[in-house]
Design a protein around this ligand. Structure first.
Ligand code: E4P
Length: 235
């Protein structure tokens, strides 16, 4: 399962990319507004930090302008995924851009029927919003189960299910159980995935016992001891 971070905060992207566990980034107009930065400039910077897909969303709603915006965004870097809304004009734009070899992320998907349309339009990703469905008392994860099941019936569908609007680690775990390809989430949720109180407790106990031994794995000279180790194959 791929992990994308859902933010336009480049400091946070750098921090989590340094773990080697980040496969891509999603942004949207609200996240760009929150960053307070120039859209093109911030997307350029993100594309340099993360080699995987970086979603940048069009702002127009008519096909012609969406297409022009999508082409402008696609020129930023080869790892751009142009994000278009799940509307007739959005899907029309998706079909053209996908046909030209540009990755497209079809966003604001709230039903299995919409997800089928996104796949037929050649989207690289479809983004069903689970948290926003939960917010209106409709089980978001049921939509993911439906889409994964439907897509599995059609091996010619190349669209990846990108679970979006994730609010907590259970959304991620359930999405993984269902075989969703990607989860995009805020940095806070990625950090929550690392944490378990028993990990903290166990580590504290191990460190306390290790201190009692008075030993150091690297020895008094620290990492310099590495140089003395015989290299493999020299007997
Ligand atoms: C995904 O691409 C969207 O940017 C995002 O997941 C929306 O999340 P929200 O519902 O928390 O705003």
């Amino acid at each position: 399962m791929k992990f994308f971070i859902d933010t336009a905060d480049t400091a946070e992207i750098r921090e989590l990319a340094s773990t080697g566990l980040l496969d891509g980034v999603t942004t949207n107009p609200s996240l760009i507004a929150k960053s307070g930065r120039d859209f093109i400039e911030v997307i350029e910077e993100i594309c340099e930090i993360v080699p995987g897909p970086v979603s940048a969303e069009v702002a127009a709603t008519d096909h012609e302008t969406m297409l022009a915006e999508g082409k402008r965004l696609a020129r930023i870097a080869p790892n751009i995924a142009v994000k278009v809304p799940l509307t007739p004009d959005g899907l029309k734009t998706c079909k053209v851009l996908s046909g030209e070899g540009t990755m497209v992320n079809v966003t604001l998907c709230f039903s299995p029927g919409q997800a089928i349309l996104a796949a037929k339009a050649g989207a690289s990703f479809v983004s069903p919003f689970v948290g926003r469905l939960d917010d209106i008392s409709t089980p978001g994860m049921e939509l993911i189960a439906d889409i994964c099941q439907i897509y599995s019936q059609y091996p010619d569908f190349e669209t990846e299910v990108l679970v979006a609007s994730i609010r907590h680690p259970m959304h991620v775990i359930e999405a993984a159980r269902m075989g969703a390809h990607v989860a995009t989430m805020p940095g806070s949720v990625i950090r929550q995935l690392f944490s378990h109180p028993l990990t903290d407790k166990g580590l504290a106990a191990f460190l306390a016992d290790w201190a009692k031994t008075g030993q150091s794995i690297l020895g008094k000279d620290g990492a310099k001891d590495d140089k003395k180790a015989p290299s493999r194959g020299q007997g």
